[in-house]
Design a protein. Structure first.
Length: 274
């Protein structure tokens, strides 16, 4: 990290703003005014008016409060700042779940400094749970402290994962999953990467991995897992995120890599700097 960490006062200001904007975006979720639903990367990858309206609320709030900061948003916002800070936002992580009424979707907001997420807020609007973390501090859910599990054996680990929207990618991911499934307690797939990472942070999952995710899907969750005592890394090359408690980390990483190699999937050791 080239720039020094902000003061505790500025960290609090950033965190308070992220929480406030998450709450405002959550109100858009609650309205359930989906409008016309379009497709993005594939016909199965939707974007709704809720996605767009929630992102506009977040970006507008950032622009008024911190006009010198950069912004990267899932729905097309890409503003270059000059302060060293960049906001990374997913206004509705889990759009398919939201459209179906399946209760796993969220607002995800991170603030990064020199590429490192120093603030993470994920608002699980289906369950009214606000996950919050800042670098050097504890992670909380609705004000209560959370922590990763002490699981150390993959055979007893409950893992989360996710799948991409491209049919060929999904087929390959299923082959990898078939390699992993006999080696773990069980697998869960809920459909919101941000919430899945918070589930690792809060001990509802022992670990999580997914390939094909974007930085805005995971930035806030990575910060929250780290503040909850876990390890979380994102590899931009393969768009892969892996997260777990420290006792499970090495075994999880090596097993995921072996499963990818057995499935003939391009792989690399988890070595991201983000």
């Amino acid at each position: 990290m080239n720039n020094p960490l902000p003061s505790s006062e500025e960290l609090k200001e950033l965190l308070d703003l992220a929480v406030d904007l998450s709450s405002q975006a959550g109100k858009v979720h609650f309205r359930r005014d989906t409008g016309h639903v379009d497709s993005k990367s594939t016909i199965t990858d939707p974007v709704s008016q809720v996605d767009r309206d929630a992102e506009q609320i977040i970006t507008g709030g950032i622009g008024r409060a911190r006009p010198d900061d950069g912004i990267l948003g899932e729905e097309g916002t890409d503003t270059q700042g000059n302060s060293g800070f960049r906001w990374v936002i997913d206004p509705l992580d889990g759009t398919v779940n939201y459209l179906y009424g399946f209760p796993s979707y969220s607002v995800s907001i991170a603030v990064e400094l020199d590429g490192v997420p120093i603030i993470g807020v994920v608002y699980d609007t289906a369950h009214d749970e606000m996950y919050v973390a800042q670098i050097g501090g504890a992670a909380t859910n609705n004000g209560g402290y959370i922590h990763v599990t002490s699981c150390r054996d993959l055979s007893t680990a409950l893992l989360g994962t996710g799948f991409g929207y491209d049919p060929d990618v999904r087929k390959q991911q299923a082959v990898i999953l078939a390699e992993l499934l006999p080696q773990v307690r069980d697998i869960r797939r809920a459909g919101s990467c941000a919430i899945d990472l918070c589930s690792v942070a809060s001990g509802r999952l022992d670990g999580f991995y997914e390939t094909g995710v974007q930085w805005w899907d995971v930035a806030a969750g990575v910060a929250i897992v780290r503040s909850a005592g876990g390890i979380a890394l994102y590899e931009p090359l393969h768009k892969r995120v892996i997260a777990s408690g420290p006792l499970l980390w090495e075994q999880l990483c090596s097993t995921v890599k072996e499963a990818e190699m057995a499935a003939g999937s391009p792989t690399a050791p988890p070595s991201a700097n983000i």
